[in-house]
Design a protein around this ligand. Structure first.
Ligand code: PHE
Length: 393
């Protein structure tokens, strides 16, 4: 059964089972703490979020969602914007490709949200972007890094860097830090993120004189990677670049070690989840990945966020949480500057975002509606994620 959750004021997390009765109840119920008391929707600013709250990439959706919910709670605690509080309406796509189209249409046409936040995985942001673009509702992806996401139209934004940069960061890391020249590539052919990051990495790595000695593919959800890894072992690489999501990355690492492959594996932000360590265990020692932020960053903005997040959820926020949080703040700032929740006006204000200070650094939206931000390298050491370095754009 599909689970739907909705956040009302003060972030009352109430899991609701979908059903007509409940939907009616939710639609008619005026949430406690409503500042207005007027007609449905008029006195609040409804913002939609679509996320992988359950399913294969639940760690992504859960983290991002918690960051977003915290931001709305804080925004509402100081009165919201334009004299109205936010109502955070969210839906689960169960990590399924294709599902986001339907739920984002519902958020816009049934719930009348004025903007949409989501998703983490590029493939699912690509699902939803045409819906937002056609209905002229601004969409902000917190952490999808494939360039195609914002190319879907002028209503589609993101608050993170893109994969041509992330690919360059990891190519430089491989050459300069790992000091390797012969790399194997293993990508998820069904994830636009994986295919894109593999391509951007290859372009830079080979331009810098490195060689991709073997290139193998798999599909999202695969559990056995022994055929690809056996071929990779025979090609004798010095390291293996595996830009995919954490479930497959963990399995690949442990099967690589079972086959006697000892060289380091490295990946991109898709590796970031505590589940990576649960799945891959000791096989991941000495492996690396790039991401957007580290909770070990000593800056007051990061430490303050970590403190608030821990107080609310009793866990340390990761990159998705930080970007989910920033996506809501960037939207609130744009609505404030627009002086309106009109889609076209909010779009223009988002496009004009300059030096907005958040947890993941300063957000400036460029002409392609992307942000430029530093990347962080994380190592897996003693079964833990350890901050290595920050790489400026
Ligand atoms: N960048 C990934 C994608 O585009 C998603 C991701 C972001 C995963 C941040 C983990 C951390 O699909």
């Amino acid at each position: 059964m599909k689970i739907m959750k909705r956040d009302f004021f003060q972030n009352t997390l109430a899991p609701l089972t979908i059903g007509l009765t409940l939907l009616t109840m939710v639609a008619c119920n005026k949430p406690a703490g409503d500042a207005g008391g007027g007609s449905a929707g008029g006195e609040v600013i409804k913002v939609g979020e679509f996320a992988s709250l359950t399913g294969k990439e639940a760690a992504f959706g859960q983290s991002s969602h918690k960051g977003t919910a915290l931001a709305f709670e804080e925004l509402n605690a100081v009165g919201g914007v334009l004299g109205k509080k936010f109502q955070h309406v969210f839906e689960d796509n169960q990590s399924k490709q294709g599902e986001s189209k339907t739920i984002v249409s519902k958020l816009i046409t049934r719930d009348n949200v004025v903007a949409v936040l989501g998703e983490v995985a590029s493939g699912r942001s690509l699902d939803a972007a045409p819906v937002c673009q056609n209905l002229k509702i601004p969409m902000i992806s917190p952490s999808s890094t494939n360039p195609k996401v914002t190319e879907m139209g002028d209503y589609i934004f993101r608050v993170c860097f893109i994969d041509p940069f992330q690919g360059t960061v990891m190519a430089t890391f491989a050459k300069k830090t790992l000091k390797v020249n012969q790399v194997a590539l293993l990508t998820d052919a069904s994830a636009p993120y994986s295919v894109g990051l593999g391509k951007f990495f290859t372009e830079r790595f080979t331009a810098d004189g490195g060689a991709i000695v073997i290139d193998r593919k798999f599909n999202s959800g695969d559990k056995d990677f022994k055929a690809q890894l056996t071929a990779i072992k025979a090609a004798n690489p010095q390291a293996i670049f595996v830009p995919c999501y954490y479930t497959e990355a963990g399995l690949i690492a442990s099967q690589a070690r079972q086959l006697g492959i000892t060289v380091p594996l490295f990946g991109g932000d898709g590796w970031e989840a505590p589940e990576l360590l649960q799945i891959g265990g000791a096989a991941l020692e000495g492996c690396f990945y790039s991401t957007h932020y580290s909770p070990e960053d000593a800056s007051p903005a990061v430490q303050n966020f970590v403190k608030k997040f821990k107080a609310k959820y009793n866990e340390t926020p990761d990159a998705m949480a930080a970007l989910g949080y920033d996506s809501a703040l960037v939207l609130a700032d744009a609505i404030k500057r627009a002086g309106s929740t009109d889609g076209a006006k909010v779009r223009d204000a988002l496009a004009a975002t300059k030096d907005f200070s958040g947890v993941t650094g300063k957000t400036t939206i460029d002409a392609q509606r992307n942000a430029t931000k530093p990347a962080v390298i994380i190592a897996i050491k003693d079964g833990k994620f350890k901050y290595v370095e920050t790489i400026a754009p």
